[in-house]
Each structure stands twice: as C-alpha cells, then as structure tokens.
Ligand binder design. Structure first.
Ligand SMILES: Cc1ncc(COP(=O)(O)O)c(C=O)c1O
Length: 367
C-alpha cells in the first residue's frame, strides 16, 4: 500500500489518515498538503445552486456530448468544441491513449509525470527516456539520433512547464521539431497541466499549432488550476478525427464534475486572483526558503511549485513534518535522487507554517 511519504503521486491525505489513525474528516481539515500542486485560490462556487442542479440531474444520464461544458472550455481555451475531448482525468487519458494508439515507439522527455512511463511500458513497442535539460534547445534536439528514422506511429511526450522543475519552454521554439515529427508520421503529446498558472494566452500554449498539425495532442489537466483533484475530469485538445478515434468513450464526465467545472469556468475573478496570489506568495516563499540551512538549492520555476535539493534525504524531512500535519513530495518517482523534493506554493500563512517547521529541523539563520 502506498504510504503518505513515498507514493508515486502527491496528495496522499487518506493514506496519512490511515497511518496516523486520524479520522478522515480531521485529516482533510488539518493537513497542509504541499505534495500536490493545486491552486491555493479556489473558484467561487454557488454550492446550494450546484447541489440543487446535481439533485435534479442525478436520475438522468449526463449529456453524452457534454455540449455546454465543451462550449465553456472552448471559450476559455480558445478552441472549437470538436477539438476537445473530455476524459476521467488526465491520468486516465494517458493510459487510455496509449492503450488505444499502441505506439511503435515512445520517447519520453524526462523527468516527467510517472504515469507516462507506466503506460508506455505497457502499450508501446519501444520506450526511450531522454533527459531534457532546461538549456537544451528544441532545434538542437532535432539532430539527436533518437529522432532520426522514427518508425511511423511514434509519439514524443513533453511536459510543459516541466515537472518537477517548473521550467517553461516556448512553444515557438518547438515548431521545426513538430514539423520534423510530422514528416516521420510521428506525433507530439504535450502535457500542459500547469500552464494555466503561467497564463491562458494562446502564445504560451501548443494549442496555437493545432489547426496546422494533426500529429499534435495536448493533455490539459483541469484538476490543478480549478482546485478539484477529487473531480476526475480532464480535457484533451487535438485533431477532431484523432480525438474521436481515441477518446470517444461513452459518458466521459459525471454530473458533479460537469456542474462544478461549469461554475469554476464562469468565475470571472479566478484568473486575476490566481495571478495576484502567485506573484506575491512565490517570491516571498522563495526568499524564506533561501534562508534555510536544510535547503541546498531551489531550481528556477515558472510554475506554482518549486523543486528543492535538500541537504538531507526527503524521507528524513517527511518523517519530521508528518507529525505536524505537513506533506511534501519526494521526487524519486521522477527519477531524481532521494534529496529532491517538490513543494507546492500555497497561501502565505500556510507557506510560513512550512518554513517555521523546516527552521526547527536544525539551527538555521532564520530561527
Ligand atoms: C504533469 C501532470 N500531468 C497530468 C497529471 C494528471 O492530473 P489529473 O489526473 O488530476 O488530471 C499530473 C498529476 O499530478 C501531472 O503532474
């Protein structure tokens, strides 16, 4: 059984409750979960209205075409509804896509979300893991032997901004690479789970290339930005024919997920509130982390999380933080060593609690 500290996924609050013997409701109320990078600014939801709508709709099957939700997502992400497929979360989409597509070869730009490796190992003919450094230019990658003579139906996977570092790579720089893949009848799958934290403008996203490239798929997790990892709901953007062939799977969303997201998408304040929070909380958090003796390095991040190199194994730190109800993410499932941790940026008072707890681990200048 996954325990709260060493699991492949962050967000192990229920495992934490079982380990500590805390009732779930108490654990959910008390735990400060820095291990899952979820928006600390929650959408404004009219809960009585939401519950009433769900109650009314529950005895009926949901709209199989999810027309209203696709229109709303289309407006937010500037896409036609037929370029959007809905899935039971992106984790499920990763497995569903590889299971249906059966790629001849998958090239994973690492480190990346561990589910890609699991799915590729299960369903692809060959899997290559290619370490990608922030300094690597996509045009230089073109000359890499891995990308010469790819078999048709090969897929390259890129997470942008990257996890766990949070490095954002400009989509424009990848255009020649995308064209090269197309000439090889290969595809590019770009995971933009955390891109909304950088911005919704098309220039930040590979969405701008969708009309030109039918060998491009974008996996857009919705659970992080809209603060709803319990709603298993994600969106895939791509060529309508490819989406229909690979993601046409009955009823993709439950009425709860659909109605929650419709309200969250309609919150006109969410984008500005999220931007304001991140712009002030992030530099303040980084400045405080820099004073800690236990933090050896903070990687530059464009996203809503920070990759830290600690002076001690993450497991030691987790053992000290867990009794205080704080969880951080060990990065070994990303292929990094035992001293790397990823922490979410949360509200200033919550970040301050983590700083105070880390301060107590050893005498450090901020104490
Ligand atoms: C980069 C990345 N992509 C996709 C996912 C999947 O998210 P979800 O299944 O909640 O949509 C995660 C989850 O942590 C992630 O880190």
């Amino acid at each position: 059984m996954a325990d709260a500290s060493s699991a492949v996924h962050g967000g192990q609050v229920y495992a934490y409750a079982r380990q500590t013997g805390l009732p779930e409701a108490e654990a959910l109320a008390q735990v400060l979960d820095f291990s899952a990078s979820i928006n600390a600014v929650t959408p404004i939801i009219d809960w009585p209205n939401l519950l009433q709508t769900i109650q009314q709709r529950l005895p009926h099957y949901p709209d199989q075409q999810a027309v209203t939700l696709k229109q709303s997502l289309g407006a937010r992400f500037e896409l036609d509804a037929d370029a959007i497929a809905l899935t039971h979360g992106i984790t499920a989409a990763i497995h569903d896509f590889f299971a249906a597509q059966r790629p001849a070869k998958v090239v994973l730009m690492t480190p990346l979300y561990g589910e890609y490796l699991k799915a590729a190992q299960r369903f692809a003919g060959e899997v290559i893991e290619l370490p990608l450094q922030a300094a690597d230019s996509p045009s230089a990658l073109l000359a890499h032997p891995t990308f010469q003579n790819l078999p048709a139906n090969s897929w390259v996977v890129l997470v942008n901004p990257s996890t766990p570092q949070g490095h954002f790579s400009s989509p424009q720089a990848w255009l020649p690479f995308l064209s090269h893949l197309k000439t090889q009848q290969a595809g590019l799958l770009v995971d933009e789970a955390f891109l909304p934290f950088i911005g919704f403008e098309a220039k930040h996203s590979f969405r701008q290339f969708l009309t030109e490239f039918n060998n491009l798929l974008i996996f857009q997790s919705l659970t992080k930005y809209y603060t709803c990892p319990s709603a298993r709901l994600g969106a895939v953007f791509g060529d309508p024919e490819l989406l229909q062939a690979r993601f046409d799977n009955g009823w993709p969303v439950s009425v709860f997920d659909e109605q929650y997201l419709l309200q969250a998408l309609a919150d006109p304040t969410l984008e500005a509130r999220t931007r304001d929070w991140l712009h002030s909380a992030k530099p303040e958090f980084i400045a405080a982390l820099q004073t800690l003796a236990v933090v050896e390095k903070i990687y530059p991040s464009d996203a809503n999380y920070l990759l830290l190199k600690l002076t001690r194994p993450v497991a030691d730190i987790q053992a000290k933080l867990q009794p205080q109800g704080m969880l951080i993410r060990d990065c070994q499932s990303f292929g990094l060593d035992a001293c790397h941790a990823r922490i979410a940026i949360k509200l200033p008072a919550e970040n301050a609690r983590l700083i105070a707890a880390l301060c107590q681990l050893e005498a450090s200048p901020c104490c």
